[in-house]
Design a protein around this ligand. Structure first.
Ligand code: ADP
Ligand code: MG
Length: 753
């Protein structure tokens, strides 16, 4: 066989191999996509007709329950009163009849284990009774109130020994039961908490509910002290959700996105987000069809989604609901993510909630808008118009500022996991340094409160005030600061560092707990002064002044992305916990353990278990990503590069054979470059694999230290090794023949859909 012949064989070989290239298939598949029509015609059906049609909410209960039972349920919801067993039976029966009449055959306790996802195990209503074993549909109060799922396969962080594998789910009546639809029927889902035999919380919801009680207790104390007779305070949350959509065909051709939720390879696309042409751009028809489909599903579930728009990065979008109590907002956000994932598939799309699916363009977050309201719905962070409101606002604001300053590291820890590490501080999301943005006007007010100045000048002229009078603050701040992790936005705070994939339960539980402690502090200090004879107004003024001046280092209105701020923050002594292994250990500080115990949010063991679960999750995530990186590099990227190397080598040899004395130095240079990069890639893969092995050898016999050491090893050794593999692979992507490249490229995934 001549060199030329061999070249021909090679060429055919290459083409035949690439015939199975999923990327080429994906590009073809995408071309034939059309928007999917899903059925609801809003000229015939109004949103209000379908809203909450699948929810066993107050309105439904009022319609189907006897009056006394309905009233008992409402007392349970509004005042935390227990529902007795006979009442529970009646509620269960009504719930079952309602569910069956709407097509349900099964029920499930729906809970939120420490995986950060939701869990469900379905049981039929079907029972067999009587002598002939007649099939009947039944559901009792007992089944409504408690379930006993096997907990052994859920993370417990060492809290539950395997010999007592049983876990318990307990009805959370504050979140209404709902029907989950599938093409072949409906399932009644009952939101529950999940705990161990010994009563330890094994889920994300229990600490959230406890933290809501804690904050209510302390806020009510403060309000009562200031002459407001409220009896209950709830936390309100509106979670703006960012996400990416890519065509399903690309997804199926990307093992990394399938298994790790993000692209572990991919050179920066020539066009990123620099044209700023996606943010709030007109929504593509196919995407809008998807969005409207999700909205219809969510309306039926009573999830009040309100806003939809294109986000900054190409193929990135946002959905925002109307705020609700934090418990409901949490459940609804979990439902929202599930509905989005499922609906995307119907549209030939995949929805990515990862914090950083594509390096080089913005990642996704979840902006946790947070405030508190009394039982009449008055927002405690609304500056208000009257002097009394102002005094209350100033005291509450002071407590929040103190909480974030004193416990910023805990807020940081509440959003610490592998995915979010890619995003925080990457000039697209707040840094890992916690600080508060108040806006110019409120900052002026705070400064005046600290200095005791009685007047400040604002736009509308001079303003006289002590603690009891405030300037009217613009609700919609035009100088809104998008770089701050914790920004005051007129009548609420926006915690912007929350990751897009994470449950908001834990960040809110932490936020509520630290603010509860701070409200306790402010109330206690005021009480002390009043007891010793100081007049209330003066006491408030003094406590506010002292507390603000002790905690003012947390206030920062400037650009949080800038290097100057990092330096300034260091001077101020603010912690900068850049990675998850750095951020998590504060969860098990003595002070933290005492804090969560004092406010009855988490027992020490419960908090320690969460610390370990988070560390383990970090290690597992990085481990999976590393194995995938090595595997894909070896089996997909190297072969493509080698194909190209061979192609170039063949070309050089064939040309040399055909023409005498021709100058082939550029081709040879290309071949050399390819060989070198392939060689570098290969040794980077070897290094990564040995690092991963070593990570698992980090055993000291001390479980406590072991998890942290391993996490640190993954962070400091494995991640850099993984990044090295990617760097060489991405360089190869930029020189290898496009028709040989097996993985859909960023320029395709982000733009062609
Ligand atoms: P953006 O920050 O993008 O300007 P919006 O002003 O539209 O967003 O509101 C963001 C979110 O804040 C919405 O989900 C909204 O319901 C929520 N929100 C408004 N008021 C409160 C409140 N008092 N407590 C909690 N969330 C609130
Ligand atoms: Mg926002």
């Amino acid at each position: 066989m001549t060199v030329k012949d061999r070249g021909m064989v090679m060429k055919r070989g290459v083409n035949a191999d690439r015939g199975a290239n999923l990327r080429a298939d994906a590009l073809k598949a995408v071309q034939s996509r059309t928007p999917v029509h899903t059925g609801i015609d809003y000229t015939e059906t109004s949103v209000s007709d379908i809203f909450a049609q699948n929810v066993f909410n107050r309105a439904t209960m009022r319609a189907v329950l006897p009056k006394n039972v309905y009233k008992a349920v409402i007392r349970c919801l509004d005042h935390g009163e227990q529902l007795d067993a006979s009442m529970a039976d009646i509620v269960a029966n009504a719930m079952k009849d309602w569910a069956i009449s709407r097509g349900a055959t099964h029920f499930t306790h729906w809970f939120q284990p420490m995986t950060g996802l939701t869990a469900e195990k379905h049981d039929a209503f079907l029972v067999f009774s009587g002598e002939e074993g007649q099939p009947n549909l039944e559901f009792s109060g007992k089944l409504l109130i408690q379930g006993e799922p096997d907990a052994s396969s859920f993370p417990s962080g060492g809290i539950r020994s395997t010999f007592e594998a049983r876990g318990y789910t307990g009805w959370d009546p504050t979140s209404p039961a709902f029907l989950m639809e599938s093409v072949n029927g409906k399932t009644l889902c009952i939101p529950t908490v999940f705990c161990s035999y010994s009563g330890h919380a094994l889920d994300k919801k229990t600490p959230l509910l406890r933290s809501m009680d804690a904050i209510s207790k302390q806020a009510v104390r403060l309000l009562n002290l200031l002459g407001n007779d409220s009896k209950r305070v709830t936390c309100t949350v509106g979670a703006e959700q960012e996400y990416f959509l890519i065509d399903e065909a690309y997804y199926l051709a990307r093992p990394d996105i399938i298994n790790a939720g993000r692209a572990l390879f991919g050179a920066r696309p020539p066009k990123g987000q620099e044209m700023e042409d996606h943010y709030w751009g007109s929504i593509k028809e196919r995407v809008l069809a998807f969005m409207m489909d999700t909205e219809a599903e969510l309306y039926k579930l009573g999830v009040p989604v309100k806003t939809r728009h294109n986000e900054v990065a190409p193929a990135q979008f946002e959905v925002a609901p109307v705020f609700e109590t934090s418990n409901l907002a949490t459940d609804h956000n979990m439902l929202l993510m599930e509905v989005f994932r499922n609906t995307a598939r119907k549209h030939g799309l995949r929805c990515l909630f990862h914090e950083k699916p594509f390096s080089g363009v913005n990642g996704s977050g979840k902006h946790n808008n947070w405030s508190m309201a009394d039982e009449r719905g008055n927002n405690l962070l609304d500056p208000g118009h009257t002097p009394q409101d102002n005094q209350q606002f100033v005291a509450v604001l002071t407590a929040v500022i103190r909480a974030v300053n004193k416990y910023g590291h805990l807020l940081r820890a509440s959003i610490a996991f592998a995915g979010n590490d890619h995003r925080l501080g990457a000039n697209e999301a707040p840094p890992a340094i916690m600080s508060i943005y108040l806006g110019d006007k409120l900052t002026q007010v705070v400064e005046a409160l600290i200095s005791g100045k009685k007047e400040i000048s604002v736009q509308s002229g001079t303003l006289q005030f002590g603690v009891t009078s405030l300037p009217e603050l613009p609700r919609d701040d035009s100088d809104r600061n998008r770089t701050s992790p914790f920004a005051f936005t007129g009548n609420k705070f926006e915690f912007r560092a929350v990751g897009s994939s994470q449950s908001i339960a834990w960040p809110n539980a932490v936020l509520n707990t630290i603010v509860a402690e701070s409200l306790d502090y402010v109330a206690s200090e005021i009480e002390k002064l009043v007891k010793s004879g100081t007049d209330l107004g003066a006491a408030v003024e003094k406590v506010v002044r002292e507390t603000l001046s002790e905690n003012k280092r947390i206030l920062f209105n400037g650009d949080n992305y800038s290097r100057e701020w990092h330096e300034e923050a260091e001077r101020r002594g603010l912690p900068n916990l850049k990675t998850t292994p750095e951020a998590l250990p504060c969860l098990v500080d003595k002070e933290t353990l005492a804090l969560f115990k004092k406010y009855e949010v988490l027992e020490n063991e419960e908090l320690v278990s969460r610390y370990h679960i988070n560390l383990e999750a970090y290690c597992k995530t990085v481990n999976i990503e590393s194995l995938l990186t090595a595997n894909m590099a070896r089996t997909m990227i190297l072969p493509a590069a080698l194909d190209y190397q061979q192609k170039v080598a063949q070309t050089i040899a064939a040309t040399r054979a055909a023409v005498n004395g021709v100058n082939l130095s550029t081709q040879e240079h290309l071949l050399k470059e390819l060989c070198e990069k392939i060689c570098s890639l290969q040794s980077a893969i070897d290094k990564l694999e040995s690092m991963v092995k070593e990570a698992h050898h980090e055993e000291s016999g001390d479980h406590e230290a072991e998890n942290l050491n391993r996490a640190r090893f993954f962070e400091q050794k494995v991640i850099p090794a993984m990044n090295a593999v990617r760097a060489f692979a991405d360089e190869l992507e930029l020189i290898v023949d496009d028709s040989l490249w097996p993985l859909p490229k960023f320029r395709e995934m982000l733009y062609v859909y």
